[in-house]
Design a protein around this ligand. Sequence first.
Ligand SMILES: Nc1ncnc2c1ncn2[C@@H]1O[C@H](COP(=O)(O)OP(=O)(O)OP(=O)(O)O)[C@@H](O)[C@H]1O
Ligand SMILES: [Mg+2]
Length: 272
Amino acid sequence: MDNVPAIEVSGLTVKFPIRGGVFGKVQSYFTAVDNVSFTLPQGKILSVVGESGCGKSTLVKSLVGLVPMAAGTFKLFGETVVDGHLVGKGEKKLRVSDLVQMIFQDPFSSLNPRQTIAEILTAPLVARGVKYNDAETRAKELLERVSIPAGALQKFPHEFSGGQRQRLCIARSLMVSPKILLCDEVTSALDVSVQAQILHLLDDLRNEYGLSILFISHDMQVVRALSDEVLVMYFGHVVERGIADEVLTNPQHEYTQKLLASVPTIKRKICP
Ligand SMILES: Nc1ncnc2c1ncn2[C@@H]1O[C@H](COP(=O)(O)OP(=O)(O)OP(=O)(O)O)[C@@H](O)[C@H]1O
Ligand SMILES: [Mg+2]
């Protein structure tokens, strides 16, 4: 099963209703993701790039059921996903959230300010029937792994910096031992010096746990450094995909060329 892709998506389409008139009736649909197909090989990092509003977040949200798919098929490790569950032969149906976890851009609003770190980290396991003490032991292990002192368990999210909060979000996502992480602009709210630490951590975790990662970013240098493959989106469509180094060094599609040309370089002078 090693050569089965972690994610296999075919013809994925997401539409949002456009309402109007006095009664707010649905008048038409806006297609945010249009017939997108891709595979994420096991243990690899696939980056999704494209300008703001091209449908990157909508694409990953549809994989975890935060927005409904209008069309398309979605397979996890070769098994079709229907209504958030894997349609496998096993007796216990696996939920998508047992295998796939999402980390969001903003570590400030991703953690409930009224809960302690212990409550936040243990909740996903306790909800799955794991005893609290066992969940807490795992939380301590993961805090250590993301370099946060175990004393953090009794603290609240506001007592941490942005980079530390993103580490806490990563620890929370790993509590259920997922096989796939969906990372939506996970470093863009952070200071540049902290960004590198988070990216190194993700790369280390990928190697350690054999994680497969779908990574969304605006930062082409980060994408080039981190990804194995890249998917370029434009107005909801995939216009180019391939090995990251090849696509970013020698882009074939006109849009990818423009996207790369728009990346500012340090050589350019702002003042004459
Ligand atoms: N819940 C929603 N209802 C209606 N339209 C939506 C909704 N969510 C997203 N859209 C629209 O879908 C399009 C794609 O949005 P999306 O958030 O996926 O873009 P993105 O590529 O992630 O952009 P960014 O890089 O700025 O995060 C946008 O035009 C957006 O306005
Ligand atoms: Mg987005």
